[in-house]
Design a protein around this ligand. Structure first.
Ligand SMILES: [Zn+2]
Length: 454
């Protein structure tokens, strides 16, 4: 079984929305109360409060504040847990010290188990009932919800996006492992290989052994960037909120326009990314790319390091990207249809420094300003990005001159028989992905702050 996330947009009526807002306000209040509790205990009694301390206090809290009595206990516990996770991340220096959250921007709450809510849906649309609020809200699946992935949901998170005033219900569902499109390994077309690389000038460069394909960054990004800059400039000229000073009405107006525009830009980009990557995944069975070392990139900074603050910021941005980048999207889409992804170790292969024709290494090619490569040994000429994908293609198909080692010794594939080799690594990759996505799911449920809808 694989855990997947399915998100629906909610369409509450006036009364229902009031109930949702009330619940959100109470959860935000509880969240802040938990932070305040931890802070005061630490300050005055030098005592560290644990999750269980706070969970045990919940019944007393509910007795004192009767508005909370109606809310689902597990949902309240999940909010307490969210505070705990924020502190755990802080202790591991992944994030800053947990702060009080404004009720206005509070993202929502979750039901961590199957109880307390009911869903009636085919995966496309339907209703969700929240027992504690006594509401049954209409919902519609987001565009890219795959109905075949819909099955028994196990958890539910209610998310509110203040920027566009929309509500979402996000479920985790357990679905059967995707059946490979190609029943047995032998049906995997080993001729259908594509190598791809992300670039700065060109968004994506592809090579399938005979033809190159260059995918440019879409023109709308430039146009949008201009618009965003213009709005930001307008906003700077208005009175922004400061301590003791309210924001001007004009500032608020521009601010609203800005957030709408940003949301639109993000939507367009994502849409474009999905179109491009789905097309590639449809055409090819095997994808070859460089291995990105995100694990090393997100490692904690050394103690006393000056770069700590930078590192924290960097980690945060890397962790929040998720499946966002083009090459990760291609990977999961090819794997999803039962294809295979090879990730080549950059350090050994050096695709951007190696001549695809003779295999010679040219250190000076590594510089980003060097866009057109001419090999001083064999006189082969190739634009930078094309050279990299050619090298990767040659390595993957075992025909790169000057490169004796095969994929098995590079650790890309296990060293058993040929057919089992491929399935083995496919499974391993799949397992790795699953581990990763299940970790993300827990985070999503309990700390909806990192969750971005749309
Ligand atoms: Zn050469």
């Amino acid at each position: 079984m694989v855990t997947r996330r399915q998100t629906f947009r909610l369409y509450p009526n006036k009364a229902q929305e009031r109930a949702l807002f009330d619940a959100r306000r109470l959860h935000a209040y509880l969240y802040n109360a938990c932070i305040s509790h931890r802070q005061t205990e630490y300050k005055h009694n030098h005592k560290s409060i644990s999750y269980f301390d706070q969970q045990n206090l919940l019944p007393a809290f509910k007795a004192e504040w009767e508005e909370f009595a109606a809310l689902n206990s597990q949902a309240l516990q999940a909010t307490v847990k969210r505070v705990d996770l924020a502190y755990q991340a802080f202790f591991q220096r992944l994030r800053g010290k947990p702060k009080f959250k404004s009720i206005r921007n509070y993202s929502g709450w979750g039901y961590p188990a199957k109880s307390g809510w009911k869903v009636d849906s085919t995966g496309k649309h339907g209703t969700v009932t929240l027992n504690d609020l006594g509401v049954t809200v209409k919902m519609r699946g987001k565009m890219r919800n795959h109905e075949e992935d819909w099955s028994y949901p196990t958890t539910l998170t209610i998310v509110y996006k203040p920027s566009n005033r929309q509500w979402f219900a996000s479920f985790t569902v357990e679905v059967a492992e995707p059946k490979p499109k190609f029943g047995s390994e032998s049906k995997l077309n080993y001729e259908s290989i594509v190598t791809y690389d992300l670039g700065t000038e060109t968004a994506l460069t592809l090579f399938d052994g005979t033809e190159f394909e260059e995918i440019e960054n879409p023109r709308f990004t430039q146009k949008n960037d201009e618009k965003v800059r213009k709005t930001a400039k307008q906003k700077r000229r208005k009175r922004a909120p400061k301590k003791g000073v309210k924001a001007s009405r004009r500032w608020k107006k521009v601010n609203k326009r800005e957030s709408k525009l940003k949301a639109k830009v993000a939507r367009q980009r994502k849409d474009w990314q999905h179109k491009v990557t789905s097309d590639i995944a449809r055409r090819y069975d095997i994808g070859v790319t460089e291995k990105l070392n995100t694990k090393g990139m997100t490692r904690k900074a050394k103690k006393g390091s000056k770069r700590k603050a930078q590192k924290i910021g960097l980690n945060r941005s890397i962790l929040s990207v998720g499946f966002g980048t083009l090459n990760k999207m291609i990977s999961y889409k090819i794997e999803r249809k039962g294809g295979l992804i090879l990730e080549l170790p950059t350090k050994q292969i050096k695709p951007s420094q190696r001549c695809p024709k003779c295999g010679a290494i040219h250190k000076e090619w590594a510089e980003l300003s060097n866009r057109y490569h001419v090999c001083s040994d064999c006189k082969f000429e190739v634009p930078r990005d094309r050279g990299s994908v050619m090298v990767m293609y040659n390595v993957a198909t075992n025909q790169q001159p000057g490169f004796g080692t095969n994929l098995v010794s590079l650790g890309c594939l296990s060293s058993t028989s040929k057919t089992r080799k491929y399935t083995g690594s496919m499974k391993q990759l799949g397992q790795k992905k699953r581990q990763k996505s299940s970790q993300v799911d827990v985070g999503v449920l309990e700390t909806p702050t990192v969750y971005t809808v749309g």
